[in-house]
Structure formats: structure tokens, C-alpha cells
Design a protein around this ligand. Sequence first.
Ligand SMILES: Cc1cc2nc3c(=O)[nH]c(=O)nc-3n(C[C@H](O)[C@H](O)[C@H](O)COP(=O)(O)OP(=O)(O)OC[C@H]3O[C@@H](n4cnc5c(N)ncnc54)[C@H](O)[C@@H]3O)c2cc1C
Length: 496
Amino acid sequence: MIAVQPSDTAAQSVAVERCDVCIVGAGLAGLNALFVASRYLSRDQKVILVDRRGRVGGMWVDTYPYVRLHQPHGMFTAGNIKWTLGADPAYLATKGEVLGHFEHCLDVIKQRVRVDERFGWNLESDDETDGIVRVTCRSSDGKALVIEAKRLIKAYGFRIEPNDPLEVSSTRVQSVSPNYTDMRGDEMRASDTPVWVIGGGKTAMDTAHALITEYPGREVNLVAGDGTFFGCRDRFFPAGARRWWGGTLVSTLGVQAARRFDGTNESDVWDWHRAAYGTWVTPETGNFLLGVLSESENKTIAAGLNDVIMDHLVDAVDRNGTTDMVFGSGATKSIKAGSWIVNCTGYVKPADYAYEPYVSDSGAVVSIQTLSATMHLSSYMGYFMTHLLFLDKFKDVPLYELDMLDLRTKSKMVFPYALLTLAQHNISLIADGVPTKAFNECGLDFDRWYPLPRRLAATARFMRTHHREREHQRRTLDTVRERFDVRCGPLTHAVR
Ligand SMILES: Cc1cc2nc3c(=O)[nH]c(=O)nc-3n(C[C@H](O)[C@H](O)[C@H](O)COP(=O)(O)OP(=O)(O)OC[C@H]3O[C@@H](n4cnc5c(N)ncnc54)[C@H](O)[C@@H]3O)c2cc1C
């Protein structure tokens, strides 16, 4: 580390560190980027891994304690790093186990390349001059750090932060967030008043499931907004020998949805998708957010819920000795004093950050985030974009980028099918640009749930068809751009 005196802060010395690659974001996307970087770098080269959180793990560090993985644990990893749990392949890992696996991945990667961790540092800015990217970071106690890197990967992912409790006027209810109040903790256990879970997505399902199974007989209710449907886990990840003949490979859903969707027929695609692959608890389902639920979880939740309200909570107010929940429709519902209101309203928030392209015009800075998404999952972006970075392929591979947040605000129904089409389109381009080995080492691939012969058949189908399907996918994405006036297309600048 070198102490320098930059001209703008003459009184303060700023640490400057140098490395081959700087990765900002130590979540699943950042670790996949790190895994890939370690494939290209030699042992004497250095990566600096920066995160504003205090450790590796990203959003898993501070998400609710009873969260479980959606998918069987083996496919939630960095590159092809194996889990060391020794659990049944179908096992859905807990938060602690997921965080343990993140540590393990980092240890494994460190055997191939030097990684200096800078946890507790926030990236404030970055700029490129003369082939060097200068990254300015600040710690929570105000110290500055400058990192000079040949390449920078900003693996921000979906920028998920813990939710605060909902603000309500009532002083007679207990408004909490699952991120700060454990549904299985002492406070909740010591009380027997009704619980109102606010939200209809995966966090709401996990929360309702935790409450119903932990406290049999307790009154648990759901205020589900527009409702959500989920991919049926039993359908995509059948257990035991059924893997040989049953179920549907997740890649098949992507292929089928992208074939059906033409940029205008989202309602038909939605109905087909929900009927063919969905499972849901609520009477209406106005959302699909790539979440997964099993039929047995579904049954437990449906049987355990006392009341389901399809509306949006606006406030809880005390009036003349009673407490009412007030909804977006104008309806009200009286609730018992002491009721719990648990904020599970989700993590899709308006962006308070600026657009940046998924790759800078020099090709040295990659940005993995929601305003210029290139795939449906940030982990895949971290993995494949890092291959393109090191292979210097961005100029040959005209990926489409999509402002996911803007599109989701404009159409919840188009959102999943535009994302799946985007992923199909871009993976087709990437398949032409990166070696087969990159695909073989991608442990994130959900199709790995199935035995090799079924996966090989799916790969052969993809290889036969992906070039000719690209034109339809491009037209679909262009239609989405025109209809919704969203950023959706190739980069406007040329990558040098
Ligand atoms: C409740 C919940 C459950 C989920 N369950 C699953 C699941 O079971 N399976 C699944 O596949 N996906 C799941 N997801 C999706 C999940 O977001 C991904 O699995 C994945 O963990 C996201 O990884 P990421 O690296 O993209 O983002 P994150 O985990 O959010 O990591 C990004 C990191 O970047 C850091 N960062 C951002 N900006 C800066 C900055 N300026 N300076 C320094 N650091 C910065 C953040 O601190 C963060 O640690 C779930 C999401 C939620 C909200």
C-alpha cells in the first residue's frame, strides 16, 4: 500500500492499491465473476474484492433468518465449486449454510489467485484514464481508498437491502420487518396475537410458512396485493429416480416462453405459463418474479392461513377504540389490538442510481445491475460477462441490455417474458463467443439437476436451433422497447 497526497485532499493521505482486477460486490454475482477471473489470471496476479457489507455473501448477509434456497443447493454456487454439506441433493440450504458456502467458495478460489478482501468499503466513483481504472472507495468511518485496476467488475446485482417495518399510524399494532424480527424468535413466540403478513411473494410465503409451522393454531393472515404465482419446484426439480424421466428442465421453460412471446401477447403466455408450470396460494396472481414454491409448501400455507385479502395495505389507524387496516381500494378491516404487521412487500424499489452500460466503451469496466441487465439472473451475468471481459469479446458480441426496473414498473406481465427472451437471445450470442468449457464449468445451470443424457439432449436441441431463433427474439425485444419506451437493445456506443 502506498500513501500518496492527492492534490484535492492535500491534508489527508489516501491509500492507493493496485491490482489486475477489482470486483465490487461480494454476492453471488461477484463470486461468479471472481471464479471466472481466477480461470484467466495466474497465481501471482491479484484481485481486490470490495463490498460495503462486512463479509462475503451479499444480500444473504442480512436477509431474514428463516430464508431457504428456492432451488436444490448444488446449483447455488460460484462456477463449478461443490458444496461440502453432504446433504441430499434436493435439500434447500438455510441462510447459515448458504453463507458458509460463500466462505468456502472464496477459500477455493483463493487457491488459484490472490484475493485481497476489502469489506466495509463502499465504491463511490470510478473513472478510466490511460488504460487504468481508478476506483474510489470510502469506509463507514470516512477513510478513503483508491484502487487502480486494469479491469473493474461492478457486481451490484439487484441491490437488495433489508426492508424496514411499514410505517403505520396505529400505536396498537406491532409493525415489524422480517429482516430485523425473527418470526421464530422470543418476541413473536411470547405473543399469541394475530399476524398479518403483508405481501404475496417469496418472502411472504417463507414468512407465512415459518409462522404456520412454528405456531400451530396461531392466527396468520395474508394481505397479498395482486398475488403472485411461483414456478412449481416439484415440476422443475422432481425427486429421486423421476429425474430420469419426469419433470421439465428449467431451460425448457426459457426456450418455450421465448418462442411463444412476441412482445405483444403477454396475456396468452402468462396463462399458458401459469397453467403449465405454476403453483399459487392466492386467488389472483398478478406477479411472477422467478420464485419457486413446492406443492407441499403451498398446501401447508393455504391450509394454515386464516384470511387472505387481495389488496394493498396503506395504513393501520386507531379509531374509537378499534384498529382498522386501510387498503388501497378504500376498504378497511378491523384487527385485534396487538396484531403484528410484517412487511414482506418485496425488494423491487425505484432506482436511486444512474444508468450505466453493462460494459464501458473501453471494454475494461463491466457493470452487473438492473438498469442494463443482460440476463434474467445476476449470477449468470457475473459468470458469462466476466468470460466476455477476459476474452475481449464485447465488441464482437452485441448483447441486448434491458432496463428491468423500468419495464417492471410499466408492465408486470411483460417483465418475466422479456427477461427470459433477453436471456435466450444473449446466451445464444455468448455461445458463439466463449469456449464450451465455460458452459461446462457453469454450476449455476439449473439443468444440472437432471442426469447427463437429458442435459445432453437439451444442449443438442439448443445448438440446432439457437441461431435461427435469435431473429424472433430480437424482434420481440424490439417490440417491447417500442411499446413501453424502455431501454432495450444493443449498446449505443461501440466497444473498442
Ligand atoms: C429474500 C430473497 C431470497 C432469495 N432467494 C434466492 C434463492 O433461493 N435462489 C436464488 O437463486 N436467488 C435468490 N434470490 C435472488 C438473489 O438476489 C440472488 O440469489 C443472489 O444472491 C443475488 O446476488 P448478487 O450478487 O446479484 O446481489 P447481492 O447479493 O445483493 O450482492 C451485491 C453486493 O454488492 C454490494 N454493493 C453494491 N453496491 C456497492 C457499492 N457501491 N460499494 C460496495 N459494495 C456494493 C452489496 O453490498 C452486496 O453485498 C433471493 C432474493 C431475495 C431478496
